[in-house]
Structures are given as structure tokens and as C-alpha cells.
Design a protein around this ligand. Structure first.
Ligand code: MN
Length: 282
């Protein structure tokens, strides 16, 4: 199932090129206090057959005519793997990989959806700001001290993520958390594809283009720490909650984005996440 948030944060199911507004009927008796996607994730086994039945009568719209939002409005956290492809380790000329570094956090306020504008911050004018092509996964059940062999039981689904990053320049060496947490620096989407429909998430081709030109291209089988290992490593430190977003790292080919660019991520079996780039005025 492809699930999305759209317009006024309504919960929708995507089929072909239409989105079906199932939230109103699904939550008729008990509207969620929090993000409808997190509510859907928590009760997926119950909601899945109901959602499928609702498709016949739900109001629907052409995808192109709605505003897609980030598929989780405000996750409890965004956890990201630093240096998780050897090709990216080589281009950055760094010593350690995700296996030693573990993870960093991105502010959940940095998220935007498909079509939303990445805004380059005026306070860092002149600094290099890069795109990073990443597969992300979404936690389905509370996870603590999970072993890699059990990891997939805790994953709800998969989506695209652009880990927009301010680069250190020799003079400035801010923590990763700062460099990657500016507002709009985490485009996510366009929707979540549930685990049962993704096939093997460690065998997905993905690519990133800037203004239509391919800049990054990889298959997810080349990750250093696998998706299952990331769940183990992260959940031994922190409790992962339903709706948490995990970014799995970027391959080589990272490069600067500039005002006027359009950056687009395409992932096999998921779809395309595209965002225009602008800059902060004044
Ligand atoms: Mn990254």
C-alpha cells in the first residue's frame, strides 16, 4: 500500500495516479489527536483491510492536483546514518563509516514534502550546501534492543529522503546535527510504500538529478550497514517509536544545489520526490 499525507494533512492511499482520502471515514469515531499517519502506522494490521474497503467510495483526486506533505507530519525523531556507502566515504576522504560513527539526528522541523521549496539560509550565504540521495524507512512498532535478524518486524515502510547538508569548509566545522537541521533541509516522500509491497529493500535502484541531470545513482545493496543492522545499532541506544524516520546514507556524487535548481530523487518501487531550490530573502 502507498500511503500519503496531503493538503490539510489528510491521510490518503495512492493508487495509479490518484489519491484516495480515506482518513475522514477511517477515523470517523475517534479522530487522532496526533499525526493521522502515526495513528495509521500503529494500527496498520487493523486499518489495512478497512482502508482497502474504503477505496471504493472514498473521495479521490488526481495526484498532480493535491499538495503532498511529508508522510509523517512531525515524527518523534529523524535518525540518520553518516557515511554508509564506501563510494561516499572515498569522495569525502573521511576515516570512519556508519559502523563506527553510529548516527546523527536531524531536527524534525527540517522536514518538507514533495514539491515544497528547499530554502538556502541567508546566514550561511556563500557556503556549499549539497543534496544527498537516501532511502529512508519508517518505524512501525516501538523498538528497543532489537536484533538485526528481527529488524524487519519493526519497519512499516519506505520512502525517499534528501539529506540536504551544509558542508564544512576548513574554517567552519559545525556538528552534523547543525549542518543538516536548517528548516527545509529534509525533503521526505512522496509517500510511504509499506514493507509488504517493497520487495527487497536492499536491492532498489535509486538516483538523484539536478535540473534533469543525473548526479547520484546507486543500488541499496551497497550500504555498509544494512537496514537491519541500522535498526540494531540505533535501537540499542534509543527507543524507536512508530513514525520515526531513519535515513540510510548517501552514495557518491553529492554536490551543491543553488537557487533556481530542481532536485529530484527517484527510487525503484517508490516513486519520485522533487523539490525546487530557493534562497532566504532579507
Ligand atoms: Mn546523509
Amino acid at each position: 500500500m502507498k500511503v500519503a499525507l496531503f493538503n490539510e494533512w489528510q491521510l490518503g492511499v495512492v493508487r495509479d495516479d490518484r489519491i484516495y482520502d480515506i482518513g475522514a471515514s477511517l477515523f470517523e469515531e475517534r479522530p487522532p489527536r496526533d499525526c493521522p499517519m502515526v495513528e495509521f502506522i500503529k494500527h496498520y494490521e487493523t486499518f489495512k483491510p478497512i482502508a482497502e474497503r474504503l477505496l471504493a467510495d472514498a473521495p479521490s483526486y488526481p495526484i498532480a492536483e493535491v499538495r503532498l506533505r511529508q508522510p509523517v507530519s512531525r515524527p518523534n525523531k529523524i535518525v540518520a546514518a553518516p557515511v554508509n556507502y564506501l563510494s561516499h566515504k572515498q569522495e569525502m576522504n573521511v576515516l570512519h563509516t556508519a559502523r563506527g560513527l553510529g548516527f546523527f539526528l536531524k531536527a524534525n522541523s527540517s522536514m518538507i514534502g514533495h514539491g515544497d521549496r528547499i530554502v538556502l539560509p541567508g546566514v550561511k550565504a556563500g557556503r556549499r550546501i549539497d543534496h544527498e540521495l537516501e532511502l529512508a524507512f519508517v518505524i512501525g512498532r516501538r523498538a528497543k534492543n532489537v536484533k538485526a535478524e528481527d529488524a524487519y518486524r519493526y519497519i512499516f515502510g519506505y520512502t525517499g529522503l534528501n539529506d540536504v547538508s551544509l558542508r564544512p569548509d576548513g574554517e567552519h566545522e559545525e556538528e552534523r546535527c547543525l549542518r543538516k537541521s536548517f528548516d527545509t533541509f529534509t525533503p521526505v516522500g512522496p509517500w510511504i510504500v509499506t514493507g509488504d509491497e517493497i520487495g527487497d529493500p536492499q536491492n532498489l535502484n535509486m538516483s538523484l538529478t539536478v535540473n534533469g541531470q543525473v548526479k547520484q545513482q546507486v543500488n541499496t545493496k551497497y550500504m555498509i550497514c544494512s537496514i537491519a543492522e541500522l535498526v540494531e545499532i540505533f535501537s540499542h541506544v534509543m527507543t524507536l517509536e512508530p513514525g520515526d524516520i531513519i535515513a540510510t546514507g548517501t552514495p557518491d556524487g553529492v554536490g551543491p544545489i543553488r537557487p533556481g535548481d530542481t532536485v529530484a530523487i527517484t527510487i525503484e518501487r517508490i516513486g519520485a520526490l522533487a523539490n525546487p531550490v530557493g534562497e532566504e530573502i532579507g
